[in-house]
Design a protein around this ligand. Sequence first.
Ligand SMILES: *Cc1c(COP(=O)(O)O)cnc(C)c1O
Length: 397
Amino acid sequence: MSVKNIGAGFGFATRAVHGGNETDSETGAIRRPLTMANSYELPYDATDLNWSSAEGNVYTRNGGANQRYLQEKLALLHSAEDCVALASGVAALSGTFFSLLRTGGHVVVSNVTYIAAYRLLGELFPEKFGVQTTLVDATDPANVAAAMRPNTRLVHIETPSNPTVGICDIRAIADIAHAGGALLSLDNTFASPYNQLPLALGADLVIESLTKYINGHGDALGGAVLGPKPLIDQIRSEAMVNLGGAISPFNAWLIMRGAVTLPLRMRQHNESAQAVAEFLEQQPAVRFVSYPGLASHAGHAVAASQMAPGFGGVMAFALHADHEGHNRFVSYLRVITNAVSLGHDESLIVFIGADDERMHLYPPQYHGGFYRFSVGLEDAADIIADLAQALEKTGLA
Ligand SMILES: *Cc1c(COP(=O)(O)O)cnc(C)c1O
């Protein structure tokens, strides 16, 4: 039986295709199978087994075949020592926070993050467990430095950030965290490993919502944490085995299948989003566009230094229109779908109104309400034409 053993020395696309796959030893199939099983056969004498261990295959909440294949591929894509794949991006976030934080400890967190990170660190961990949290505008590393305390255990950031598409300087913030004896965790979902490799820039842990670009087809939830083996082992044991955030074998199989085309898809997302952002920026009806690939973005230079080869497919923008006008514009779209999520094959848009509970945390230009817009894999010309006709129907063209 041939063993391909595609390792770190190969290019990104080769690792995306072959990572985690080998010939199936039972059938000779050149794809590893989908193993829908909760349990695996025990040895003759199982009395010495640790039922909470994530080593070996015993029970699928302690680890399963398809989860391991997916972890191999993701670790290769991030050049990470280890990876744990979990049920969702939020399972990866909550598992990381649960494993690393304890009562009396302090965390510095970016004030623009995925909503569940805000709920967990801004509300639930302080209320339930006495964790101290400081929210900062992390687009300026000086704010992170000013918030550090002797008991700071963790700094958590997101770049590009959801939903404002702001940029944080990864290396500068990693240096600040480490100088204060803290770890840096970074949510890399908007960039994906194709555009950004935070571990190489000093982050200790990378979190990915696999639901987005890595799966790419809008049909499965998953999450992952990547980093050094001792930290990942702790998260695997606490978040997966004991909190129960295991990924289903089928979702792991779907995400593994989707991840094969990550480089091809990201290349198109990068190219189309750049074209769409440049189009929007030229429209008199558009109040602002936040896309890191535009020279007008405050974080453009930092993004260019840490994101390559592109800036991803997500942007934020707003119109010279009121709340109702923003909703009407979306109702006229025919190619772009009015739905949450991002990183799918189809373009997705969601309007975040001025009354959003976190609006005060965002820069002033966002306060009138704005769209989060994920540019999909349709023809860029069709996406642009769809935006243009909707502007015209709204009476804004
Ligand atoms: C969607 C998202 C998450 C949450 O992922 P789920 O898979 O939906 O749980 C976390 N972070 C970011 C930046 C996201 O966009």
